[in-house]
Design a protein around this ligand. Structure first.
Ligand code: SF4
Length: 377
């Protein structure tokens, strides 16, 4: 753990209520100011002539790397700095690796399935991170690399700390011990990133086990066998664990088009929270008619949160609509707002008098039925 300003302050003369407190010899007005600067590495410990030896020792200890960062081609492994995601963020997603041996009878089929595997989630496309290639075939190595899949060998694995899978509780205990020693104690004996090998073809069971290991605390998992559903579910989980909790997932605020919209297209509106966007976009793509989706700049907040925080207002929404030329081509000037924004309807109507504001559904999955009813009127 890094030393915070209060941790440092407790060692300084003002924190210990001693002589020389707030003497300003360090160039700071108070010991607290010095502690704040030191915690942010904006000053040197030596600037204070009264800094005690035990604090210097702690600061020195704090310079040690918690967990090493290793490169696997373009991917980083390890480098974590906290035990819990909410303390800051987890940094480098657990590397998901498949073992591939060209001497095995299922080699060609397994290689093809790995190359074919592509999984789309929240607008991004994902594939397997890396292959642990046994008896590698150079032309297939090239194919995998062209697909963006990294190749790892035993030299790379020797830099990692292997945790042998025994039972799930025992394996997790071992991983927690290693991660705790690395993060809390900065113990160099535990600073190598970890990996676990998982064998077998019981993919339901493997999915449960690997999900726990992604959360606590495998830096890489090597699977003996490959299964599309297993990797799709693990990649989805990993996306949730390895996003920065302090940064909401958001999409660009603009007008998106679906199914070649023409002058009869419907116009929908929602906030730039990524999940709201993709939920609505998914339904609009499945409609038989074309549509526009107006995305407001709402700091990545969901509809209700944005409304409560005044991040979606009639003024904000009308500005996006009015500033977009494409929308002027729509004949039936109707804007469908989320059902959760019904309280905004009158205000938005006033701000956009040329448009008819319609309150849509609260849930995105109801959009197709809603559109059918709207078009039947
Ligand atoms: S020199 Fe040391 S004792 Fe004096 S104000 Fe700065 S931190 Fe406090």
């Amino acid at each position: 753990m890094s030393l915070g300003a209060m941790d440092i302050f407790k060692f300084l003369p003002a924190g210990k209520k001693e002589a020389n407190a707030n003497c300003k010899k360090c160039g700071c007005a108070t010991c607290m100011m010095f502690a704040i600067k030191l915690s942010k590495s904006q000053t040197e410990p030596g600037s204070c002539p009264f800094i005690p030896a035990d604090l210097l020792e702690k600061l020195e200890h704090n310079k040690k790397v918690q967990q090493k960062t290793l490169m696997c081609g373009n991917l980083k492994v390890g480098g974590e700095t906290v035990l819990y995601r909410h303390e800051k963020t987890f940094i480098n997603p657990t590397l998901l690796v498949v073992e591939l041996d060209s001497k095995n009878s299922d080699y060609a089929d397994k290689l093809k399935r790995i190359l074919d595997f592509e999984f789309e989630c929240v607008g991004e496309k994902y594939h397997i991170d890396a292959i642990h290639f046994l008896n590698p075939v150079s032309s297939d190595v090239d194919l995998l690399k062209q697909r963006g899949i990294e190749i790892i060998d035993d030299t790379f694995l020797s830099k990692l700390h292997e945790v042998h899978f025994t039972t799930l509780p025992q394996t997790v205990d071992e991983l927690v011990k290693i991660r705790s020693c690395a993060i809390l104690n900065r113990d160099e004996n535990y600073s190598d990133p970890t990996f676990v090998r998982l064998d077998g073809t019981d993919f339901v069971s493997l999915s449960s086990i690997a999900s726990v290991l992604i959360c606590k605390y495998a830096n890489a998992i090597i699977f003996e066998n490959f299964d599309e559903a297993l990797f799709a579910s693990l990649i989805t989980l990993r996306l949730n664990i390895f996003t920065d909790p302090q940064k909401p997932l958001q999409v660009e605020s603009k007008v998106y088009e679906f199914n070649n919209p023409d002058q009869d297209a419907l116009v929908f509106l929602t906030t730039n929270f990524a999940l709201s966007y993709f939920a609505v976009a998914n339904e609009l793509s499945s409609l038989k008619c074309g549509s526009f989706l107006v995305i407001t700049p709402s700091e990545g907040m969901s509809v209700l949160t944005a409304w409560s925080a005044q991040k979606i207002t009639a003024e904000i929404a009308s500005k996006v609509v009015s500033s977009n030329d494409i929308l002027n081509k729509v004949k039936n000037k109707r804007i469908i707002i989320p059902g959760l924004l019904s309280d905004l309807k009158d205000e938005l109507q006033e701000a956009l008098p040329d448009w008819k504001i319609i309150v849509g559904t609260a849930e995105a999955y109801k959009i197709p039925d809603f559109v059918k009813k709207l078009q039947a009127v």
